[in-house]
Design a protein around this ligand. Structure first.
Ligand code: CP
Length: 319
């Protein structure tokens, strides 16, 4: 198995063979989850702590389920009720938890880079569950698995990522992963929501949905991240939906068998028409949620194997 990482902090450090290894194992877990097969032995004896400093439904629930299906002891910290409220820093919180010898730490934080910083202070494996606008690696991996299962491959596809690119860690991780796997990436957004210099990542840039969607295999819509906006990025939600919201008329420009994706949570009627989101012939949004559990099982399984190996290598020599 080619996956040597100590932490999963982002897609950037991963080699394509590591991505493929992770997706192959995720595929196995996805099939076994459907059959109700459980693997309580994989993380047996290990402690997983989930620390979410930002709201989450899908990521937190699926990391918890993934850990429990693999037999870990899972603890969800209620971050609003910790001593952070009394002024304790993130690093002191991490050191405090580290002293309790966890094995897997799953962290979501509103600040870009906070999870990397925390990983430098602890002995366990750290998984980034989303940090600011930086990375959301397990989201990109579950998106990749969903695409690979729907299209039968994860290379030489034309993939449109549409909407609020500027504030999106999902876009950033997906651009990195899909680029590493040699896909053609088109970014479609109003100029106010397109980060400067993004074309350097090898993407084609559009501000018109119909032109950008022409002949694509995959349409990935993004949420308008109002919580990260401090000014007028769009004239109005109504106008935004008219120009950039995915509806049946715009989807006609993609290939007839193009799939529609959205990481959730969705703003129906803002970035996507509810009818398209619920169309089981086009939308794979619920499959993305399903693959989220499998990918997080695979990620924790592989990191735990590496953690156990490191601990064996570092054990004291008895004389
Ligand atoms: N896609 C995603 O990260 O969703 P949550 O915020 O619900 O975890």
């Amino acid at each position: 198995m080619t996956f040597r990482a100590q932490h999963l902090l982002g897609i950037e450090p991963l080699h394509p063979t590591e991505i493929t290894a992770l997706l192959d194992l995720s595929d196995r877990y996805a099939e076994e989850n459907r059959r109700g097969v459980r693997h309580k032995d994989v993380l047996a004896g290990l402690t997983q702590i989930n620390m979410f400093f930002e709201n989450s439904t899908r990521t937190q629930a699926s990391f918890e389920l993934a850990g429990k299906r693999l037999g870990a002891d899972v603890m969800n910290m209620s971050m609003g009720q910790t001593s952070l409220k009394k002024g304790e820093t993130l690093i002191d919180t991490a050191l405090t938890l580290n002293a309790m010898h966890p094995d897997l730490l799953v962290v979501r934080h509103p600040n870009s880079g906070a999870v990397d910083l925390l990983a430098q202070k602890v002995n366990c494996a750290v998984l980034n569950a989303g940090d600011g606008r930086h990375e959301h690696p397990t989201q990109a991996l579950l998106d990749a698995l969903t695409i690979r299962r729907a299209k039968g491959r994860l290379h030489r596809l034309s993939i449109a990522i549409c909407g609020d690119i500027a504030h999106s860690r999902v876009a950033r991780s997906n651009i990195t992963l899909l680029g590493k796997m040699e896909n053609r990436i088109r970014l479609i957004a109003p100029p106010t929501l397109m980060p400067a210099g993004i074309a350097e990542f090898g993407c084609e840039v559009f501000d018109d949905m119909e032109k950008g969607l022409e002949g694509v295999d995959v349409v990935m819509m993004l949420r308008l991240q109002k919580e990260r906006m401090d000014g007028g990025f769009i004239p109005s939600e109504r106008e935004y939906f008219h120009r950039y919201g995915l509806d049946a008329n715009k989807l006609k420009f993609a290939k007839p068998d193009a799939i529609v994706m959205h990481p959730g949570p969705m703003n129906r009627g803002v970035e996507i028409d509810g009818v398209i989101a619920d169309d089981i012939n086009r939308s794979v949004i619920q499959t993305q949620v399903e693959m989220g559990v499998a990918v997080r099982m695979a990620a924790m399984d592989l990191l735990a194997r590496n953690l156990r190996e490191r601990r064996v290598d570092n054990r004291p020599v008895l004389v």
